[in-house]
Design a binder for this molecule. Sequence first.
Ligand SMILES: [Fe+2]
Length: 285
Amino acid sequence: MSKLYMLTETSKFMMSFVIVTENDQAIVVDGGRPADMPLLKQYVGGRHIAAWILTHAHNDHITGFISEMQKNGGADWDIGTVYYNFPPYSLIDNHDVPDYKYMAAELNECLPAFFEVEPLFHDKAHVTAQGETVQIDDCRIDFLFSYHEGLTVNLMNDSSLVFKVTTPQKSVLFLGDLGPQAGDILYRESRHLLQADIVQMAHHGHMNVGMEVYAAVGAEACLWCAPEWLYNEEEIPDYLKDPAYLAPDSSRLRMYGTRMTRNWMDILGAKTHYVTMNGTQEIDL
Ligand SMILES: [Fe+2]
């Protein structure tokens, strides 16, 4: 039997998971920021990391990984393969998008630092794509979504890898930080593949995929990478009322606070809620 650990925040909020397989290998998802590395190291416990999956290039997900590479090329970790699929930095030349300023900021947040250290782990890097499957001991990983061109108004979140980890007992769907627009595409392309026992709530529970995605998943348990303020956020917080933010693209009107997502999950009958604000969570898979 595998075990899933959802690590609590050391930095202000972030996403970090460790799966320990039945043969005692580790699968790491993201890892958070540099401040989150000691806790991650503790849960990896020196195991071989058969897969380190980086969902998308935002600071609360991959700056910890980048900092470990900058420090000593990742020498403190026994890494097998690093899976990722990030948008190309060359999008910076495309000014003909609804909100260029936002897109440019997204591209500059982590990508330059990531590609600077990439040569240090190049032989372990694998740019994965939707449709790929990886088997690690009792865990099968099916990649169900990867970066689609043209999703620029929520560029980095909408480039999140979506994947399902299936063991003989349980399945967990990881949605990364996927937003409404990419969620629509995921639903259209792959709704028949989404069913899972457990779901990682997209984008920490807010400004995320639509209710129909969660309906297709039909999970009984939810994983919330959220501190208290975020878990208890109202349906439409002030920053999602700002016309300047909403105006460039109507898909931003489908971004809601966490309360809305919690309402959906209640309607859909999810029974168990694991939340990082309550500490590191341990789940049998
Ligand atoms: Fe995030």
